[in-house]
Design a binder for this molecule. Sequence first.
Ligand code: 5GP
Ligand code: ZN
Length: 134
Amino acid sequence: MEDCIFCKIVKGEIPSYRVYEDDSAIAFLDINPMARGHTLVVSKKHVEFLSDMDPDDIGGMFRAVGKVGDSIQKRLNPAGINYIVNQGRTAGQIIPHVHCHIVPRNDGDGLEFHPKTIDIPEDEMKEIAERLKV
Ligand code: 5GP
Ligand code: ZN
């Protein structure tokens, strides 16, 4: 898609520190990293939301996520990793082209990914689960 930064990176029109590429996805370092090795795995197809993707394309993208995550774990040896997909502006998606953040974590790094929780009554939990059944 024209005017999409990630499409331009996929096509090589914008430079990036690329660490992986296959038929479905590419991976490159985030330009504003939260940690050393913060990587973005980006679908080669321009789709805005994960939930609009073809299941095979989701499979392809997450196979790449698995490979890059494995490489980060083995080569950087972080204490943990956050895998994050933001969908929609409210959820923090700034680039409207589906991607997964891989953020290496270490004790005391100061990053916070644990939002507050809410209490939901049992009957409502049951109702929500019914509504979500696929
Ligand atoms: P989002 O908030 O959409 O989930 O994350 C988009 C990410 O893309 C941000 O972390 C941002 O730093 C990164 N980003 C935006 N533009 C570029 C770019 O031109 N090159 C690279 N490597 N990363 C980018
Ligand atoms: Zn795009």
